[in-house]
Design a protein around this ligand. Structure first.
Ligand code: 3PG
Length: 395
């Protein structure tokens, strides 16, 4: 792969794939973490006097749909860069850019063949540029025309610095972690994290299982969980994971006390030991004793990988567990990596952005790497017949 230090960007058109798939509603952008993460790459290219065309997807539109236009993202980018960022469609003539100018291609999911990785579409993307830079780790798990297809069609490709930084950080944690290594896996569904749990169990020292995922594990341990959300078909799998952990001499951390209520909107909540749960209870957060033991575990850790909250942290009555987790990660001297949409939202809510060693922009891509599965865009970059490696790419 080309390193970006080897490439002369001056006056050359760079098609820059970013993941600017930000959460938004009718009032605008809800979190611009992905936009600010991409800024240093864009500024680097501006400094190198490149002509920059940023490309991204936004949401999952079925064809062209003005509700999913990247105009809101281009406007925000323009505010950060203090310049106008025109948006153009693939059927338009691209805007004539000066060296250091930035434009944005309209949402790639508007074009037929994007998700099917149509080579004709990939060729049209490649025709826009002299150099293709893949900087979107967060969408590297998709085999689409704008992620892998365009790489095969472009004469000069390179990995962008944000992609390289995220990949290096994750590889450092996964391949040569300082121990004790604690992985925190929370969130709503065992099924969406199963492969991650299976892959991590023989690598980490402690696997913290929280959120609704923990309910299925508590059930597997024979604990009565009342009306709490579980995945009955995965109880046996959870039992096997618990057994594997015991055989490997690894620890699976589960909450010893919890916050329960009749429903998620109830104002009346109760603190109970997991052995005291009654028939109408639903678990929505971990309790104070669990927060304490989790905090101690994280303060003693040397490496922490975090994906998924401990409870329904969006509701104040169920936010204490995820807040305690965030604070413990912030206070820990461990090398910490966090990723995933809900995790980044929690990090913003509890304002610990500066305290996490590496924030991954990836959701699905982050999980796929934790599952030890190949990332198609990375494979495509490695297959491209360019030269050298990409490790020293930080601008
Ligand atoms: C994400 O948010 O995980 C990425 O932007 C990928 O989006 P997708 O799941 O719609 O492909």
């Amino acid at each position: 792969m080309n390193t970006i230090k080897q490439i002369n960007f001056e006056n050359r058109t760079v098609l820059l794939r970013e993941d600017l798939n930000v959460p938004f509603d009718k009032n605008g952008i809800l979190s611009d973490v992905r936009i600010s993460a991409a800024l240093s790459t864009i500024r680097f290219l501006i400094e190198k006097r490149a002509k920059v065309i940023v490309m991204s997807h936004l949401g999952r539109p079925k064809g062209e749909d003005p509700d999913f236009s990247l105009q809101i993202v281009a406007d925000r980018l323009g505010q950060y860069l203090q310049k106008t960022v025109p948006v153009f469609s693939l059927s338009d003539t691209p805007p004539a850019l000066e060296a250091g100018g930035v434009a944005m291609l309209e949402n790639v999911r508007f074009y037929k063949g994007e998700s099917e990785n149509d080579p004709g579409l990939a060729k049209r993307y490649a025709a826009l540029c002299d150099i293709f830079m893949m900087d979107a780790f967060a969408v590297s798990h998709r085999d689409h025309a704008s992620t892998t297809g365009v790489i095969a069609q472009s004469p000069v490709v390179c990995m962008g610095p944000l992609f390289a930084k995220e990949l290096a950080a994750l590889n450092q944690a996964l391949e040569c972690p300082k121990r004790p290594w604690v992985a925190v896996v929370g969130g709503g569904k065992v099924s969406s994290k199963l492969e991650v749990l299976l892959n991590l169990i023989d690598k980490v020292d402690t696997l913290v299982v929280g959120g609704a995922i923990a309910n299925t594990f508590l059930k597997a341990k024979g604990i009565f969980v009342g009306q709490s959300r579980i995945e009955p078909e995965l109880v046996a799998t959870a039992e096997r994971i618990l057994q594997t952990a015991q055989d490997l001499n690894k620890t699976i951390w589960l909450p010893e006390d919890v916050i329960v209520a009749d429903n998620m909107d109830a104002a009346n909540v109760e603190h109970k030991l997991v052995t005291q749960i009654s028939a109408s209870d639903q678990i929505f957060d971990i309790g104070p004793q669990s927060q304490k033991s989790l905090s101690k575990l994280l303060l003693d850790a040397k490496t922490i990988v975090w994906n998924g909250p401990m409870g329904v942290f969006e509701k104040p009555q169920f936010s204490a567990g995820t807040e305690a987790l965030s604070q413990a990660i912030a206070d820990s001297t461990a090398y910490s990596i966090a990723g995933g949409g809900e995790t980044l939202a929690a990090i913003e809510q509890f304002k610990i952005q500066e305290k996490v060693s590496v924030l991954s922009t990836g959701g699905g891509a982050f999980l796929q790497l934790l599952e030890a599965k190949p990332l198609p865009a990375l494979v495509a970059l490695e297959r491209h017949d360019s030269i050298d490696s990409t490790v020293d790419v930080a601008p």
